[in-house]
Design a protein around this ligand. Structure first.
Ligand code: AMP
Length: 219
């Protein structure tokens, strides 16, 4: 069966990562989160990590050529192992979107759907400020809607949850400005195709998942 390619598009904190993980696990897709891959490299102290950290810590985008090389490498390594790929937090610029089209065309692949998570700005800010992550297993919590069972400890690892440095209020506003300037134009870019679908990202995690399942299975 031909592999499918989905893009989860939306502002930081829209729920793309949570939903991409859920859908990927349930329907055997490979999740490609460029943010997660970059953070892993930062943690490991790789050359890529050292370069990426200077951008991430200031809420800026890592340059397009670096991101496109990284995605091409991941696609090459994981092709043929699952039902397809979910891109989460990628593409983030028009150049990345065009680069992705070229990478996919090289293998006679194409985007199947672009799912845009529509969430208002107040909710975005609240979600980012309240996001906490387990430094060990990387499970993501939200102190408002998905808090840990005990204090600020990971339910699985029992270690103290941390706030991402780019979720601190001053960096969040920079990330939102970058989103509006560089990533929001992708909405119109993909609206010109017949692949664009909008979902209400304000809904609960469970409700958003129901809508997504319909989109993924409805093809
Ligand atoms: P995320 O986890 O998707 O919120 O990404 C965290 C940070 O990683 C972003 O603020 C950027 O600095 C960087 N990053 C992640 N994905 C990309 C991308 N596709 N293009 C450029 N920078 C990215």
């Amino acid at each position: 069966m031909k592999e499918k390619f989905y893009i989860f598009l939306g502002p930081p904190g829209a729920g793309k990562g949570t939903q991409a993980k859920y859908i990927a696990d349930k329907f055997n897709y490979h999740q490609i989160s460029t943010g997660d891959i970059l953070r892993y490299n930062v943690d490991q102290g790789t050359e890529l990590g050292k370069i990426a950290h200077s951008y991430i810590s200031e809420g800026k985008l890592v340059p397009d050529d670096i991101i496109l090389d990284l995605v091409k490498d991941y696609l090459g390594r994981f092709r043929g192992q699952a039902n397809g790929f979910i891109f989460d937090g990628f593409p983030r610029t028009i150049d990345q979107a065009e680069g992705l089209n070229e990478i996919l065309q090289e293998n006679q692949n194409k985007i199947d759907k672009v799912i845009y998570f529509n969430v208002d700005e107040q909710t975005i800010i609240a979600r980012n400020i309240n996001r906490r992550v387990c430094p060990k297993c990387k499970k993501v919590y939200n102190l408002l809607v998905k808090p840990p069972e005990h204090d600020l400890l990971c339910d699985i690892c029992q270690v103290e949850l941390l706030q991402r440095e780019d979720d601190k209020p001053d960096v969040i506003s920079d990330r939102l400005n970058v989103y509006k300037a560089k990533t929001e134009p992708l909405i119109d870019f993909y609206k010109q195709t017949d692949k664009f679908v909008e979902i209400n990202g304000q809904l609960s995690v469970e409700q958003v998942a129901i809508h997504l399942e319909k989109e993924i299975n409805g093809i």
